[in-house]
Design a protein around this ligand. Structure first.
Ligand SMILES: Nc1ncnc2c1ncn2[C@@H]1O[C@H](COP(=O)(O)OP(=O)(O)O)[C@@H](O)[C@H]1O
Ligand SMILES: [Mg+2]
Length: 390
């Protein structure tokens, strides 16, 4: 999960990394009152999960409350690289004397953490890395040892920071490391890490990516974006809330299966069948996992059928620990739960594995007008693709 700048700064502050005071506003009026409370010159910053806001005009100085309102009106609703600014961060303007760069990230190639520090922050760090690699210190961090004051000082020196700020920067680097480890982040990046003329060092920007696999160890509800309507993000958020492994794709054949491998191969088979029959493609990936209860099947069908692009659904289940008759019962009661309005497209079902015959008999007996049972995976994909193209 990527965080907004203001959320990253909340985490920084929690771990003692200095950040400018500020507050988040979703209306120009709120921006004005935050600026009035701060009582100093401010900057109005678009909150979007992408970089380059400064260049795009999404970071604007506002000397007082009245201009904070004017600038917030300008920035709210602004589109930056396809992201709409729904909120702005109103924060104390800090005049940076120098702009540095600091980041920790997971170096997947080397299987360790990497610290990157540069005296040339503020601008495009990729450009610094490409044109002046010697200006960017890249040092692996042993996760077992972490980042102590001594290592951090060496890092600050390797980055070529002025001697008089090295200790202060080292202190910040140690705290940023705590953000990475204690918050279970995959990336912590500060660009610029500002040094002021009176020798203070503070994070003027913050980019944090949290490791979703560690979510259970933290309280992160406050960081979640509200579900985003009926688009892909909205469907995916709804599926996540029901603990379904769902990824929206851009085709027309809804795919539900048990086990990631089976679902992946089902996507392939549907894509091939679609090439032969009218160009239909898979509309999603949805793995219902091992225990396909009626409720899980109802949730899965409900999510897939509420995708406006879906024209047919393929349920491809291989009975194992959860037997085919249990899955068939799940499908039948799911159809009952969803009712006529919930099920408007044909559903092709292919069951194989444990108790397949009993499962097929249950579907047969239910005689649902939109359910078509097919015995092989290829034929099922063929039919689902044809129905979607019809
Ligand atoms: N609180 C602040 N006070 C003064 N200048 C700021 C402040 N925050 C950002 N800036 C300036 O705006 C530039 C861009 O802001 P930043 O937060 O880095 O956004 P982005 O990286 O998306 O362009 C920074 O390099 C810095 O020079
Ligand atoms: Mg920046």
């Amino acid at each position: 999960m990527d965080l907004y700048e203001y959320q990253a700064k909340e985490l920084f502050a929690r771990h003692g990394v200095p950040v400018p005071s500020g507050g988040v506003a979703s209306t120009p009026e709120d921006a004005r009152s935050i600026a009035a409370e701060l009582g100093t010159p401010t900057v109005i910053k678009a909150q979007v999960k992408t970089g380059g806001r400064g260049k795009a005009g999404g970071v604007r100085p506002a000397p007082g409350p009245a201009s904070a309102e004017v600038e917030a009106r300008r920035v709210l609703g602004m589109d930056i690289k396809g992201h709409t600014a729904r909120t702005v961060l109103v924060e104390q303007a800090t005049v940076p004397f120098e702009e540095y760069y600091a980041a920790y990230l997971v170096d997947r190639a080397k299987g360790t953490f990497l610290a990157m520090v540069s005296s040339e922050g503020g601008m495009d760090i990729e450009e610094v890395a490409a044109t002046r690699p010697e200006a960017l210190a890249r040092v692996p961090v042993d996760p077992a040892c972490g980042m102590d004051a001594e290592t951090a000082s060496l890092l600050a020196a390797a980055a070529g920071l002025p001697a008089e700020v090295q200790d202060t920067v080292a202190g910040v680097l140690v705290r940023l490391w705590r953000v990475l480890v204690e918050e279970d982040a995959l990336l912590v990046e500060v660009n610029p890490l500002a040094c002021t003329s009176d020798g203070r060092v503070l994070a003027l920007d913050g980019k944090v990516t949290l490791d979703d696999n560690a979510a259970f160890r933290h309280e992160r509800e406050a960081f979640a974006d509200p579900p985003a309507g009926d688009g892909a993000a909205g469907l995916e958020a709804r599926a996540r809330a029901r603990r379904l492994n769902y990824v929206k794709l851009d085709g027309e054949v809804g795919v539900i299966g048990n086990g990631a491998g089976l679902v992946m191969s089902t996507l392939d088979v549907v894509a091939y069948a679609g090439q032969r029959a009218g160009g239909a493609r898979p509309a999603n990936f949805l793995d219902i996992g091992g225990g396909a209860s009626a409720q899980v099947m109802a949730d899965a069908l409900e999510i897939v059928l509420s995708d406006q692009d879906v024209r047919s659904v393929l349920v491809n289940v291989f009975g194992g620990i959860t037997t085919c008759d249990a899955v068939a019962e799940g499908i039948v009661s799911a159809l009952g739960m969803l009712g006529e309005h919930g099920v408007r497209h044909p559903i092709v079902v292919r069951l194989d594995g444990n108790n397949a015959e009993a499962g097929l008999a249950i579907l047969d007996a239910a005689r649902h007008p939109l359910v078509r049972v097919v015995t092989t995976m290829d034929d099922a994909a063929e039919l689902a693709a044809r129905l979607a193209a019809a």
